[in-house]
Design a protein around this ligand. Structure first.
Ligand code: SF4
Length: 194
C-alpha cells in the first residue's frame, strides 16, 4: 500500500511537472530559461517553499542551487540531520522574475495551482515557508516574516514553520542565521510531534 502511494505521488508529480513545463499563463514565461518545478522526495514529510527561482536556479532548472541553497543545505544537515533526498523543495512561482525582482500578485495567482497541487500530492506533515511570499501564501496572512516567524502554526492538519529566506539571511548576517536555526529546530519538533 505504501509503495502504491509512493508510485502515485511520483507519477502525479511528473504529470504536473510536464504541464508546468509548457505553462505560459503569466509574463514570466517570456523571460525564463527553465521552469523550476521542484525537486526532492515526492513522499517527504517535510516541504520547503521558497519564493521563486533566481539566476542560478533559472539556468539549472532546480531550486536553491546558488549561495542560498548552500546555506539551506547546511542548516538542514546541522539542525535537522537531513539532506535533499529527505525532503522536497518548491517555489511560489516556477519561473524567474526578471532581475530577481519580487513576484507580482497576478503572477503568484497565475502560478498558485501548481504549488497547491504539489502540497496535495506530497502531503507533507511540516511545511517550512522561506520568506515573506511563501509564508503569506501558506498562512493566508498579510504580515511580514518578522512578525510571523518564531512559532509553529497548525493549519489544514499540517504544521507550518515560517522562517527567513536564506538569501535574506545571507544579506542580514549572523543574527538572522541564528533565528533560522531556531526555526529549523521548531520544524524538527513539529516533525517529531504525533
Ligand atoms: S510562473 Fe507559473 S504561471 Fe507563470 S508561466 Fe511560469 S509556471 Fe506558468
Amino acid at each position: 500500500m505504501t509503495e502504491d502511494i509512493k508510485d502515485d505521488s511520483v507519477v502525479l508529480l511528473k504529470k504536473l511537472e510536464q504541464i508546468a513545463m509548457e505553462c505560459r499563463k503569466c509574463r514570466l514565461a517570456s523571460s525564463r530559461t527553465n521552469v523550476v518545478f521542484g525537486v526532492g522526495n515526492p513522499e517527504a514529510n517535510l516541504l520547503f517553499i521558497g519564493e521563486g527561482p533566481g539566476r542560478d536556479e533559472d539556468l539549472k532548472g532546480e531550486p536553491f542551487v546558488g549561495r542560498s541553497g548552500k546555506l539551506l543545505d547546511r542548516l538542514c544537515e546541522e539542525e535537522l540531520g537531513m539532506t535533499r533526498k529527505d525532503f522536497y523543495i518548491a517555489n511560489v512561482v516556477k519561473c524567474r522574475p526578471p532581475d530577481n525582482r519580487d513576484p507580482l500578485d497576478d503572477e503568484i495567482q497565475a502560478c498558485r495551482g501548481f504549488l497547491e497541487k504539489q502540497i496535495e500530492i506530497i502531503n507533507p506533515k511540516v511545511i517550512v515557508a522561506l520568506g515573506n511570499y511563501s509564508t503569506r501564501f501558506v498562512l493566508n496572512k498579510t504580515e511580514g516574516i518578522k512578525a510571523l516567524r518564531g512559532k509553529i502554526y497548525s493549519i489544514n492538519e499540517r504544521y507550518v514553520v515560517p522562517t527567513y529566506h536564506p538569501a535574506a539571511a545571507l544579506r542580514a548576517g549572523a543574527t538572522v542565521v541564528a533565528q533560522m536555526r531556531a526555526d529549523f529546530i521548531r520544524a524538527k519538533m513539529a516533525l517529531c510531534n504525533n
